[in-house]
Design a protein around this ligand. Sequence first.
Ligand code: GLV
Ligand code: MG
Length: 354
Amino acid sequence: MSFTQPTPAPARVNRSEFAVPGSNPRFLEKAATSGADVIFLDLEDSVAPDDKVAARKNVIAALNDLDFGRSTVSVRINGLDTHYMYRDVVDVLERGGERLDLIMIPKVGAAADVYALDMLVTQIETAMGRKKKIGFELIIETALGMANVESIAATSPRLESLHFGVADYAASTGARTTVIGGPNRDYAVLTDPDDHGRRDTHWGDMWHFAVARMVVAARANGLRPVDGPFGDIADADGYRAQAHRSAALGCEGKWAIHPSQIALAHECFNPPANEVDRARRILKAMREAAAAGKGAVSLDGRMIDAASVRQAEVMVAKARAIYATERSATSSPKPKTPKTSKSGAGKRRKSNRK
Ligand code: GLV
Ligand code: MG
């Protein structure tokens, strides 16, 4: 191991990252009981320019009035290139109470973007005497952001996670696609002819480089890498395929842009029981090996050594954290009867559990 060790971000389960438009109070209310690991209340791209001010007010009301249960709560602010951004941060932090956990910063292009937000948030936290230090989630979704991802990921102790925003990334890099994530029939190779002259088309994953690069930058800095949206909400198998490949590459979770994708994300990012079982058997076999003075042994016909122990520990720690989250979700009190608030919407009543 290097003498340099990344400081891990605060531990949070982040299998699902549920996007909900701030412009729709009914969606905000439903999101509160969605059971997503992280819910982000959106002020950016799902909100039309004419609705930005109303959306900000809705989000502030939701943070004050709704009970988000065990979910981590985030607000996606507008980009640093817009005039909405400063007021998003100031109003949400000054008037949104203490429930907020994270701010999601879109289209981060350079380390200085994070620095600027850190300065603003620090000033507001100090002035307001806020008790909870707000963490940052960053969306890497531009060519500039990807080119600078390593320096961005090392910027601030507030950073918790990096997210791959596939739609904006496609636009920024000029990729020839108009769908949100998923495969592309043009990103393929044709095999040489076999003995019968047949040729096969092998589709590749055109997002592999970007996701893999973001994962490495995140992990090198102790952050959670999270895969972004998958636009075809009717295609559960397509979502699963993208999510499994992200999990295989090291992502902690994936966005859900429709409630049905929350359960899919949990299904795909829960470590499979047989792999957790094998990880536990690796740890046991290596404990026995150490007691017998051996550094490497064979398990199920495969060599295992100290690196296998580290892989197994990651798997078991992940399974434990998820198990603890699911247990707390099933033992949490039933949602209270919705009450009618001043704004007229029926709402699940708030508590200050997080
Ligand atoms: C998310 O913000 C995306 O652009 O995909
Ligand atoms: Mg985007």
